[in-house]
Design a protein around this ligand. Structure first.
Ligand SMILES: Nc1ncnc2c1ncn2[C@@H]1O[C@H](COP(=O)(O)OP(=O)(O)O)[C@@H](O)[C@H]1O
Ligand SMILES: [Mg+2]
Length: 239
C-alpha cells in the first residue's frame, strides 16, 4: 500500500487529470485505487469521474465522526474509488487527523492518490503530511516549472524525500527546443515520465474514455508501470 500525493503549486497543469488517468490504468492492472480530492472548496475529481450526483459524504465528515469512511468512499469505476473533499475548511482537519483517517483505510487499497490543490496551503499540507512519496506535475512553461520547484521544496521541507517529476502537455513540435533536463535541475526531482499534449486526454475531462491505443494512454501506462516498480526505460523521445 502506497500513498502518493500529486502536487504543483499552480492550478491547471493537469494534476486531477493525471490522477484519474493513472488511477484508471492502475485499476486496469488489477490494483484497488483510491483517489482523494484534497481541494477543499473547489473539488473536481467527482466531475472527472462522472459521479458528482452520487457524492454525499466527504473526508471532512469522516474526520468529524459524521460517518464511517466506507460511506464517504464511492466506487466510481471498477476498482477506482473516490473520496470527495469537504466544501469548507475546519480546524479539525489537522495533518494528524487526516493521516489517522487514511491509516484506517489502508488495508482496502493498493494505492491512494491524493490530488493536491493549487497553492501550498491547507489541502497541500494535509496531502504532503500523509504521503509516502510525491509526484510534482509541471507543464513545459517557465511559470509552472517555477511553481513546481516551490512545490518540490515545500514537499522536502515537509519531510517527504521521494519526489518525482512529471512533465505534462508536452508537444513535440511546439516544445522541440525545450530541454527537459533543465526542468529536472530546477525542480530537483528525477523524471517519472512525460505526458503528451493530447486531444483524447483533454476530452477525458468530460468523462470520455481515453482510447487504449492512443499516445496519451500509452504515456499514462508507462508512468503507472514505473509507479508499480517496473523497469520501463525513460527516453525523452518516448512520445
Ligand atoms: N496531457 C494533456 N493534454 C491535453 N489537455 C490536458 C492534458 N492534461 C490536462 N489537460 C487539460 O488541462 C486542464 C486542467 O487540467 P486539471 O487536471 O484540471 O489541472 P489541475 O488539477 O492541475 O488544476 C483541463 O482542461 C484538462 O483537460
Ligand atoms: Mg485539480
Amino acid at each position: 500500500m502506497k500513498i502518493i500525493t500529486v502536487a504543483s503549486a499552480k492550478g491547471g497543469v493537469g494534476k486531477s487529470t493525471f490522477c484519474c488517468g493513472i488511477g484508471r490504468i492502475l485499476a486496469s492492472m488489477g490494483k484497488r485505487v483510491l483517489l482523494a480530492d484534497m481541494d477543499i472548496g473547489v473539488r473536481s475529481l467527482d466531475i472527472l469521474l462522472g459521479v458528482s450526483e452520487k457524492t454525499v459524504y466527504n473526508w471532512g465528515d469522516v474526520i468529524k465522526g459524521n460517518c464511517d469512511y466506507r460511506k464517504a468512499v464511492l466506487e466510481a469505476e471498477n476498482n477506482v474509488f473516490l473520496l470527495p473533499a469537504p466544501i469548507d475548511f475546519d480546524e479539525e482537519y489537522t495533518t494528524e487527523a487526516f493521516s489517522e483517517m487514511l491509516c484506517t483505510m489502508k488495508k482496502d487499497f493498493d494505492y491512494i492518490l491524493l490530488d493536491a490543490p493549487a497553492g501550498l496551503e491547507s489541502g497541500f499540507r494535509l496531502a504532503v503530511g500523509s504521503a509516502d512519496s510525491c509526484i510534482v506535475i509541471t507543464t513545459p512553461d517557465a511559470i509552472s516549472v517555477r511553481a513546481a520547484s516551490y512545490a518540490s521544496k515545500s514537499i522536502r521541507d515537509g519531510g517527504v524525500a521521494d519526489v518525482r517529476l512529471v512533465v505534462n502537455r508536452f508537444d513535440k513540435k511546439i516544445h522541440k527546443h525545450i530541454n527537459v533536463d533543465d526542468f529536472i535541475d530546477t525542480v530537483s526531482a528525477r523524471l517519472l515520465g512525460i505526458i503528451p499534449e493530447s486531444r483524447e486526454i483533454y476530452c477525458s475531462v468530460n468523462g470520455a474514455e481515453i482510447p487504449y491505443d492512443s499516445k496519451g494512454n500509452r504515456a499514462f501506462l508507462r508512468v503507472a508501470q514505473r509507479i508499480c516498480g517496473e523497469n520501463v526505460p525513460l527516453k525523452v523521445k518516448e512520445l
